[in-house]
Unconditional design. Structure first.
Lengths: 114, 110
């Protein structure tokens, strides 16, 4: 595609429910990043994929958060037992080979947990 | 630890220069970045600088890096209404995670 695509653009869920957020990176980009941006804050790193494997998942806040990229393209961020504090914009970025200087960000998914 | 600090607000008259400042703590950072975020739009990389450089200019944008003081600044010459946005200072050590500041909201006065 022309850019990084994230779906849905908005998601409202009830506390305790499970959600999946999808990221379609730019075609051919091997590196993929997930960030979380809470209101009034800068983006906070969650996880970085190089191909199918998670090269760095040190930013995942706890074991309720999990991300996969089974074929090295589309990635899904999964959040179990959602809490109100999980409400944020979840941003995805991709880069051709894995350089943050060439990372392109998507528009994000705004998650609201009620 | 890694931390990036920047002031939260800046107001500038149209046509004047804007200077947004940032300090960072990680001396091993390889790259330092400035991102722009407009309402309803994604994060846009404006410019970046290698840690072994002290200045980079790109049209109306000038980045200054003082590595000794761990201080980064972004100067926007001839500020225009379209420059109104949130500007994020960020650092990284290469292909891995980018550490962002909280952002500076730039407001343009007529």
């Amino acid at each position: 595609g022309a850019g990084v695509s994230q779906t849905p653009s908005n998601k409202v869920t009830e506390k305790g429910k499970y959600v999946e957020l999808r990221c379609d990176p730019i075609s051919g980009h091997t590196a993929l990043y997930w960030y979380r941006q809470s209101l009034g804050q800068g983006p906070e790193f969650l996880i970085y994929f190089q191909g199918t494997g998670a090269a760095d998942d040190s930013g995942l806040p706890n074991d309720r958060f999990f991300a996969v990229r089974p074929e090295g393209s589309v990635s899904t961020l999964k959040i179990q037992r959602t809490e109100r504090g999980d409400s944020a914009v979840y941003l995805c970025a991709s880069s051709l080979t894995g350089g943050a200087t060439e990372a392109f960000f998507g528009q994000g998914t705004r998650l609201t947990v009620v | 630890g890694e931390d990036v600090e920047q002031s939260l607000f800046l107001s500038v008259r149209e046509g004047d220069s804007s200077v947004i400042n940032c300090t960072y703590t990680d001396s091993s950072s390889t790259y330092l970045y400035w991102y722009k975020q407009e309402p309803g739009a994604g994060l846009q990389l404006l410019t970046y600088i290698f840690s072994n450089m002290d200045m980079k200019q790109d049209q109306r944008l000038t980045v200054l890096l003082n590595k000794k003081d761990k201080h980064l600044s972004l100067r926007i010459a001839d500020t225009q209404t379209g420059d109104s946005a949130i500007y994020f200072c960020a650092e990284s050590m290469g292909e891995d995670k980018i550490i962002f500041g909280k952002g500076t909201r730039l407001h343009i006065l007529p």
